[in-house]
Design a protein around this ligand. Structure first.
Ligand code: CTP
Length: 321
């Protein structure tokens, strides 16, 4: 497509999206919100780099390309995933999808030669910047697993931020309900729930990954007449601290297109009516991802390649003895 035919409402964002954490989700959400509400042609294309491109330019990713592609695809604000997107953003690729602008967080990304990956787009006036989410990065999550130090408090973020992450596909309209403890304490009012009955899937959803997402997608498929509500517990099933804080897990789960609502720290003695509780692990025993992917799988990847991840993080300024 020639440059004059490009659509201002078709937007591109690209990245590694390793772990596809809530900072990435925040960038995707903000990219979507650069398209004004109500624009019929509005679409967000998420270009995701291959394992090879990331290894050459940045260092070995923890999550593989199939996991990162699919996780990004499950993000409610992403219209399409473009797999194997070039590490250095190419205007011709954006042109192929009719996208006028690329969006990126307010940090500089360099390729293996130390060049700004967005310089060409900046020179063309086709680059937009959004605010990077403070306090989370792939480096930091790897660091937590390398050291076993999970330092955070479990306070909830500003309601306005929760509201943004609870938004529908366009990044503005309401979608998910956010409750605390039970259905009476409403933190964010969502879209009117379509169904009478709720299914609650409770867990800690730590390192929110494709194992979880595949289950949520399957539940949507098997129970089309139920609202899918997440019961987000404070700690893990043995009451141990999670790797990711409550806020980090809340925002990650909220960005997933397969849910209708979240109850933070559910109190089941207060919400017995209108719910069925299911053991979702039974549903997807042979799932493409759930068959092998758990929190422990991810921890083991870091453990088994400890030296590689230490070197990768040292390049980002982390110090290990
Ligand atoms: N991003 C963000 N906030 C973060 C981390 C990333 O807004 N805390 C944004 C980046 O600015 C970019 C997009 O998410 O626009 C994809 O980032 P990615 O290429 O995956 O990696 P990094 O920017 O290196 O972030 P990280 O180290 O967390 O992977």
């Amino acid at each position: 497509m020639t440059e004059s035919k490009l659509d201002e409402n078709k937007v591109w964002i690209d990245g590694c999206f390793d772990f596809t954490h809530h900072g990435h989700a925040g960038a995707i959400l903000q990219a979507r919100r650069t398209i004004p509400q109500g624009m019929k042609t509005g679409e967000l294309f998420c270009g995701v780099h291959s394992d090879e491109a990331i290894s050459i330019n940045k260092g070995k990713p923890v999550m593989n390309s199939a996991e990162r592609y699919e996780h990004t695809r499950s993000n409610r604000w992403c219209s399409y995933v473009v797999e194997d997107a070039p590490y250095v953003t190419q205007p011709e690729v954006l042109n192929d999808y009719g996208c006028k602008y690329v969006v990126h967080g307010d940090d500089i990304t360099l390729d293996a030669n130390g060049e700004d990956c967005y310089q060409v787009m900046k020179n063309l006036g086709r680059f937009k910047v959004v605010k990077r989410t403070v306090g989370v990065s792939t480096t930091d999550i790897i660091h937590r697993m390398l050291t076993g130090e999970y330092i955070y408090d479990n306070s909830l973020p500003d309601i306005e931020l929760i509201k943004m992450y609870a938004s529908d596909k366009d990044g503005f309209s309401t979608k998910c309900f956010v409750y605390k403890h039970n259905f009476e304490e409403i933190l964010v009012e969502g879209k009117i729930l379509t169904h009478e009955q709720n299914i609650i899937i409770s867990g800690d959803f730590d390192l929110f990954h494709m194992g979880h997402i595949e289950q949520l997608s399957k539940i949507n498929e098997l129970y089309p007449n139920y609202n899918v509500i997440i019961g987000l517990n404070l700690n893990d099933e043995n009451d141990n601290k999670t790797i990711m804080s409550l806020t980090e897990r809340l925002l990650s789960v909220l960005s997933c297109k397969y849910i209708d609502g979240i109850i933070i720290e559910p109190k089941f003695d207060q919400i017995n009516d209108k719910i069925i509780k299911i053991d979702s692990t039974e549903l997807v025993k042979n799932g493409k991802f759930s068959e092998y992917l758990t929190k422990q799988t991810i921890i083991d990847r870091i453990k088994n390649d400890r030296q590689i991840y230490i070197s990768r993080n040292e390049k980002k300024g982390m110090v290990y003895n």
